[in-house]
Design a binder for this molecule. Structure first.
Ligand code: UDX
Ligand code: UDX
Length: 446
């Protein structure tokens, strides 16, 4: 059992903290947001994530607690995970929160007798843990990294909507350490995962593994979307069929005695209105900016982002093409979350889709099983109306624009079939069979 403090009870910090507590470690999550702390302390998870409520109920008050007292939490632990947010824009990653947390941490480490281990869980560009993080900790503590305290990078690979499963059944654990004490402590923290591949490397390589993993997924999505647009421009090509053919390659499908087994990575080769979320767009942008700052090439990364920025416009273009104009047309956007099974709208393609529809003069209604109108940016929530019932939603517009792959949208063909004058369905995720609805348009379908 290790005593652990986690700074940042956000998405990553809370899943990691509760997961480690459930494995028997003693975990305290520190956060500066009193509303968030109150919610967690009274047993409520402040965001939608399957299985996390149960984990909180099981561990709160026994192996898990929350506090705003960083000093005490760090003093009573031997390891601190840093899980504060790392926003980024085209200029690169913003380390304000990480550096502020390091300054606070360093002041506690200054008179802590043991060799405290600081583990960077937040996604940071290669060279951050052994660079600015170490410098900030050394400055604030007056101690030397490696001798008097340790630093490590330990990126997370949690997928929203299945983060709890990802925590307990990881495909890999990556530990970036530059001293043996940090390695020994992290091996102990992850002792329960004896069967999971463990990559022990230096801190900057560990940081790069995280970016390389996300950049690969983003590249595959933009690759498919560029092909989808190309197929539509040529005409008479259905990208879904193209990709079915591609997926059957033995590189993507294993042919076993039980039959063909499609590789999981194939799920990133589906055409659509683009990737969103808190990781892929931000991480590719941060890696590209980092490449520029060290004088290295980044044309592929930039092209991945360009294609992705273009996709919401492709989708709205289809609506305009089919309706003739957007002016005064009633359009229903189906799905606000950046992907199903989450309430997260960060970087969701739904936002630029709605903005473009509004700019074109359309009257926009929105439907999402989880996201509420007040979660949207003010400029949008004040300009659209929400329809909570899917039956009502399909009757509310001349066009339905499917943006998120929610399971319940599989009912659309049946719902549309029941209408005497079904609206146009514009499929931004290619999840509906074009032959199953009367009026269909979709990304990569012509
Ligand atoms: C995480 C990772 O940290 C990020 O690097 C990764 O790329 C995506 O996921 P996330 O957990 O989603 O970020 O961030 P967020 O939900 O914003 O949570 C951060 C939490 O830290 C918030 O609750 C915030 O109140 C808290 N915080 C932030 C502090 O307690 N102290 C600070 O100084 C800054
Ligand atoms: C991702 C990675 O999957 C995870 O391993 C990493 O740790 C964090 O980033 P997440 O952002 O939660 O996880 O969601 P993911 O399921 O990867 O979807 C990302 C985005 O890509 C979504 O907006 C999704 O709609 C989109 N997507 C996915 C596509 O546009 N096309 C596809 O073929 C697949």
């Amino acid at each position: 059992m290790t005593s652990i403090s986690v700074i940042g009870a956000g998405y990553v910090g809370l899943v990691t903290g509760l997961g480690l507590a459930d494995l028997g470690h003693r975990v305290t999550c520190v956060d500066m947001d009193p509303v968030r702390l109150d919610a967690i302390d009274s047993g409520r998870v402040p965001f939608h994530e399957p299985g996390l409520d149960e984990l909180l109920a099981r561990n709160l008050g026994t192996t898990f607690s929350v506090t705003d007292d960083l000093d005490l939490a760090v003093r009573e632990s031997s390891v601190t995970f840093l899980a504060v947010g790392t926003p980024s824009d085209e200029n690169g990653i913003d380390l304000t929160f990480v550096e502020a947390a390091c300054a606070d941490l360093g002041r506690v480490i200054a008179d802590k007798p043991d060799q405290h281990v600081v583990v960077v869980k937040s996604t940071v560009v290669p060279g951050t843990t052994d660079g600015p993080v170490t410098a900030a900790l050394e400055r604030a503590s007056g101690k030397a990294a490696g001798d008097e305290f340790s630093v490590a990078a330990n990126p997370e690979f949690l997928t929203e909507g299945r983060a709890v499963v990802d925590f307990f059944e990881p495909d890999r654990i990556v530990i970036g350490v530059d001293d043996p004490h940090a390695e020994a402590v992290l091996r102990e923290v992850y002792r329960s995962f004896a069967d999971t591949p463990l990559v022990v490397t230096n801190a900057r390589t560990a940081e790069m593994i995280k970016y390389a993993s996300n950049a690969l997924l983003a590249t595959m999505i933009s690759f498919t979307n560029e092909l989808a647009n190309l197929g539509a421009a040529v005409g008479g090509i259905d990208t879904t069929e193209v990709m079915t053919g591609v997926h059957l390659s033995r590189y993507l499908t294993s042919y076993t005695d039980e039959g063909p087994v499609r590789a999981e990575i194939s799920s990133f080769l589906e055409a659509g209105c683009g990737f969103g979320g808190s990781c892929l767009p931000k991480d590719v942008a941060a890696l590209s900016a980092h490449a520029a700052s060290v004088g290295s090439g980044h044309v592929v990364l930039d092209a991945v982002l360009d294609t992705n920025r273009n996709q919401p416009g492709e989708l709205v273009g289809l609506v305009e093409q089919e309706l003739g104009t957007l002016e005064s047309k009633a359009v229903v956007v189906l799905g606000l979350a950046f992907k199903p099974d989450t309430s997260d709208i960060r970087e969701s393609p739904a936002i630029p889709v709605i903005e473009r529809l509004l700019a074109g003069g359309a009257t926009v209604k929105v439907h999402d099983p989880v996201v509420r109108l007040e979660d949207l940016p003010d400029a949008i929530s004040s300009a659209v109306t929400q329809v909570t019932d899917l039956h009502e939603a399909v009757e509310s517009g001349e066009a339905l624009v499917l943006v998120t792959r929610w399971d319940q949208y599989q009912e659309l063909p049946a719902l549309l079939d029941a209408l005497s004058q079904p609206p146009l369905l514009v499929d931004g995720r290619r999840v509906i069979d074009p032959r199953s609805v009367a009026r269909y348009a979709g990304i990569g379908h012509s």
